[in-house]
Structures are given as structure tokens and as C-alpha cells.
Design a binder for this molecule. Structure first.
Ligand SMILES: [Zn+2]
Length: 343
């Protein structure tokens, strides 16, 4: 066995590449690509209606750089800029590039962005939001590590940039049951978004101080995805006729264990560092080991503290509504779920 491995000489990458692929590496000089015949009618088409005083424009080709598309100045432009509630304090400086005013420029969505938001799978796994933010907020270099409250502000700003200020809200009056159609102002929601502190510390006792952060977009997405997957498993298990009750109980227990492990992992993600008399520990795997082996009281307290932190700041979570039928006034929750608020 060992002899064969030595014969193959796995240290030399050339020997791992199957022979049929080696050719290309040995001859990097590829045959020249065939040039495409102009198949699109636009290449030769004579337009009947033209703006006055225009002649055909070729790409303007500055020396030694990419040609500039003459249509570029008609591309979308940013039409709003926003501050992040976190101010970027939980991110690496390379993750965000603010404009000179310390804000982020927001562009309207492209047709492609709008399409990707209509795909339920892409929405669930976070891909759609990531793509739309990359496209509309070029200042954000890393969407995954942004606090979730920043994501909500960015999505609202993209909604404003793409569809204008009105946001429809349909609510049912808790008093008379009548339906109410309200119109919310996106600008108002953005202006009332509250900043958050740049650091959260939680002192458990004199020996243990925790540095905490709110959920990132990535952890929030993983939470939604895990909840979705587990509830799907449980649902199909409950209606299954091939599984007996003992097996069902066992599977439910397994699902419960997965959720517990997952929640502890997510909790670890919210701990940036732990200060102990020996120093400050910031390594992710060491923090995870601590969370798995700590006294349950510490974890319970941390969990409550993290829930508290995640409820602080950002856009309004509820709004006062007056019923048009019975004049009852109540506070209705605002849910920033991109699967319906871009619709
Ligand atoms: Zn009412």
C-alpha cells in the first residue's frame, strides 16, 4: 500500500492530474478562439427613430484599459444613502466601504435582482438577499458578517430606491376584526432606525466577562434554514405510516438533539471574546469548547443577554394603527420579511 503510494509520488501535483487533462497544462498556448459572427440584429440594424444629432457611437477605448460602454452614464445611479445602525463596529474595516459622509450609497435593483427575490429557495438560503445587497450596495464587501439589523435597514433602503416611499401594510383589527390597509413611509422607517452600541459586555462574575455581538446575517439565515429543515422532518415523520411510534419518538429525539447542538453553536457565534484573569480568549474553537462545557446557568444567562441585544436598535418593530371601522388603536408588529415586502 505504502509502496504504491510512493510509486505514484503524490507530492508531485502533475501525477494526480489524469493524462487527458495534462495536455492543456503542458501547452498553455490554446488554439485561437473562433470569432462570433454577428448574429444579433442590433449589430447591423438601421434604427428608424433616433435622438437628434446622433451618429453611431463605438466603445470609447482608452489606452491599455477596458473599453467604456457609452451607455454607462445611463446605467442606474444611487438615489439614497443610509447609515448602518451598527456603524460597522462589529465588522472588519475591509468588510464595508462607506462614502465620504460615513453612509452607504443605495442603487435601485436590476431586473435580475428582482427575479432572484422571487425564488423561494434562494430567499431561504440567503443567496437572494446576498446577491441583491452586493448589487445595490457596492460598499458592502461581506454581507454574511453584517449584523442582521443592518441587513434590515439595507433592504428597506433598496426597497425605497427601487419602488419609492410607500409600503403597504394589511392588518386585521383585534377589536372588531375589520381589515385595514395602511400605507407606511419607508423614509420614516429609515429615519427612525436607532443606532446600536459598538460593544456589548456581559459580566457573569469577577472571573468571566463576555464580549457579545448581535446575530449576523449568516447566523440568522442558518437559524431560519435549520428551523425549516427540522419542521419538515418532523412533519413528514408524523404522517408517515411506515414508521412505528417508537421509531418516531427516536427520530424526534434526534431532531431535538440537532436543534440543541445548533443553538449552542449559534450562541458561540455571538461571543466575540471571553475575558478571564489569564487574558482574553477570542479563538472560535476555544469559545465553542467553553460553551459546550460551561455550567448551564452561564449559558442560560448568556442566552437571555443575547436575546436582549438582538432586540436593541435598528428599524421599528411595531407601529401604531387606528382602525378605520371602530377607531380602536393598537400596536401591530412590523415584520421585515423580504419574501413579502418586496412583492
Ligand atoms: Zn376595528
Amino acid at each position: 500500500m505504502n509502496g504504491r503510494h510512493r510509486d505514484m509520488d503524490l507530492d508531485n501535483p502533475e501525477n494526480i492530474i489524469p493524462p487527458e487533462f495534462r495536455q492543456e497544462r503542458q501547452n498553455p498556448q490554446m488554439p485561437p478562439k473562433k470569432t462570433m459572427e454577428p448574429t444579433s440584429p442590433s449589430a447591423n440594424y438601421q434604427f428608424k427613430e433616433k435622438p437628434k444629432n446622433t451618429s453611431k457611437v463605438e466603445s470609447i477605448q482608452p489606452k491599455e484599459s477596458k473599453p467604456i460602454n457609452p451607455l454607462q452614464k445611463y446605467f442606474r445611479t444611487p438615489n439614497i444613502s443610509v447609515k448602518l445602525p451598527s456603524g460597522g463596529s462589529f465588522n472588519h474595516p475591509n468588510d464595508i466601504e462607506f462614502n465620504t459622509g460615513g453612509e452607504l450609497d443605495i442603487y435601485p435593483m436590476t431586473a435580475g435582482d428582482e427575479l432572484v427575490l422571487k425564488n423561494p429557495d434562494s430567499l431561504l438560503n440567503g443567496h437572494a438577499i446576498e446577491r441583491v445587497i452586493h448589487s445595490c450596495v457596492p460598499g458592502i464587501k461581506n454581507v454574511k458578517t453584517l449584523p442582521n439589523i443592518d441587513i434590515e435597514v439595507l433592504l428597506l433602503a433598496i426597497k425605497y430606491a427601487s419602488y419609492g416611499d410607500n409600503m403597504e401594510l394589511n392588518v386585521k383589527c383585534p377589536s372588531c376584526g375589520g381589515g385595514n390597509e395602511c400605507m407606511l413611509s419607508v423614509t420614516y422607517l429609515l429615519e427612525t432606525a436607532e443606532p446600536i452600541d459598538g460593544e456589548y459586555t456581559y459580566r457573569y462574575n469577577d472571573y468571566l466577562i463576555f464580549y457579545l455581538r448581535p446575530h449576523t446575517f449568516e447566523s440568522q439565515t442558518r437559524i431560519s434554514l435549520a428551523q425549516f429543515e427540522e419542521s419538515k422532518i418532523i412533519k413528514s415523520l408524523l404522517i408517515s405510516e411506515d414508521t412505528n411510534d417508537t421509531e418516531k419518538l427516536l427520530e424526534i429525539q434526534k431532531s431535538f438533539d440537532r436543534v440543541t447542538d445548533f443553538n449552542l453553536k449559534i450562541l458561540s457565534n455571538c461571543i466575540i471574546g471571553i475575558a478571564v484573569p489569564e487574558g482574553i480568549v477570542q479563538e472560535t474553537d476555544l469559545i465553542e469548547q467553553f460553551v459546550l462545557n460551561a455550567d448551564r446557568k452561564i449559558i442560560q444567562n448568556l442566552r437571555e443577554e443575547i436575546i436582549r441585544i438582538n432586540g436593541i436598535g435598528g428599524v421599528k418593530r411595531e407601529i401604531e394603527v387606528e382602525c378605520t371601522h371602530c377607531q380602536h388603536i393598537w400596536n401591530t408588529p412590523l415584520v421585515y420579511d423580504p419574501s413579502n415586502f418586496f412583492a
